[in-house]
Design a protein around this ligand. Sequence first.
Ligand code: HEM
Length: 505
Amino acid sequence: MAFHYIPLTVIALCAALYFYFTRTFNYWKKRNVPGPEPTAFFGNFKESALRRKNVGVVVQELYNSFPNEKVIGIYRMTTPSLLIRDLDVIKHIMIKDFELFADRGLEFSKKGLGQNLFHADGDTWRGLRNRFTPIFTSGKLKRMYYLMHDRAEKFIAFLQREAEKSPEFEVHSLVQKFTVSTITACAFGLDINTLEEKFEALELIDKMVLEANFSLELDMMYPGILKKLGISIFPGKVLSFFKVLVNNVINMRNGKPTDRNDFMDLMLGLREMGTVTSNKLGSADTSVDITDDVVAAQAFVFYVGGYETSATTVSYLLYQLALNQDIQDKLVKEIDEELKQSNGEVTYDCLMNMKYLNKVFDETLRMYSIVEPLQRKATVDYKIPGTDLTVEKGTMMIISPRGIHYDEKYYPKPEVFDPSRFDAEVAGARHPCAYLPFGLGQRNCIGMRFGRLQSILCVVKILSKFRIEPSKNTKRDLPVKPSKALIGPDGGILVNIVPRRDIKT
Ligand code: HEM
């Protein structure tokens, strides 16, 4: 007899689940905010949650779906969030009213590696950012440049050997070898041979940290749950790896800065100062204890934030040079002329002088911004300027650099790779928030100078010896890898790297 009730129970259960996983979906309608229809459970993030599309591409599509709106009401799983399209509103959130949006709102246990600059919030972030900003000045980078340059020389020697075997390279994994070696040298002071040897620990970290992780969808659904339960998004193995690594380096240096001038020296300098109080960024005093764990967490974020972003940028840049030989000719001409002035030495100053190279770099990040989407959490109820809408405290503000960078309004023919978009007069005429591969405002990328420097150094070293050409396997269309936390090419990028015929090598 009881079996008769099974279908009814199943139907009631399904109805209850459906109701539960759609219960918030009137939120934006009630506030008259336009937005796409959400799907039960997934909201507007079904394609990324199922790993069919990269989350950055999903948000770009949401951006494109309401071309005339300033803001769009979306659901990150079941949580209402606001996608900001209007550049003036973005300017308010990221710059003018920054103090109300200082948190990125990535909520999970802030112990161990969670104390890193990218994921820290509130006063902890303020204290850390105050302490670590001076590490990234151009003066400090200039002193660290010799480490990068040395790795670049070794990388080119390696490339010359490899190019004799076959001209075709998968450039993403190739350039990763260079950026991992510079970042491990600059962040940990380690001289490891990433060119010839495989480092399983680093490969494992790459997999565990850079592959999209379902804990993020859980946090979208139940904001703050990971923090409440004390769960970290980084596996314990990654924490132990960085703790051991950093402790070894600290012990090797007797806990004191040496004369290497790398990040570890600079962090050990800060550590000697102990707890430091500062009120530079916020109105309230902020203090952070620079313990060994805090040092390990920053070394971790400099490593993860530093190598993959630059490797991906350089590989997309080389790809565009393969497809646009005229742009490559112009760039090689600039490089040759500049190197002639410096007797063939690739110095820090000559890299900074290469104007066209820097425009090529900027245009690459316009087409392929790597960290997507950007986000900020409202820490108070906030009236969105130029609208009648007031968002509630805790609402997540989402920004799509890809959406903006491919918007015809700001970049005509956005599919065309055109470095002249960054000519001073053209760039100067654009809205200051129309270009945001490094984010914006006080919470922008702290490592952007470092990222630019190691990327353009790598490009100059390669182009001073080699030419980039399409191979028979070079794709005309590069899909974005769906399962990655960052933007990156699915299946890599294949091009030919051939010795230049116009010079002696
Ligand atoms: C081409 C290279 C790079 C790109 C495209 C890039 C992009 C970004 C973006 C978009 C953000 C978020 C900004 C925002 O929310 O407004 C960010 C934050 C950050 N990046 Fe980078 N990045 C690059 C290189 C680096 C390097 C080399 C390092 C370290 C050595 C680094 C460390 C960080 C850190 C620590 C943050 C968090 C800053 C904070 O919250 O205060 N990045 N990056």
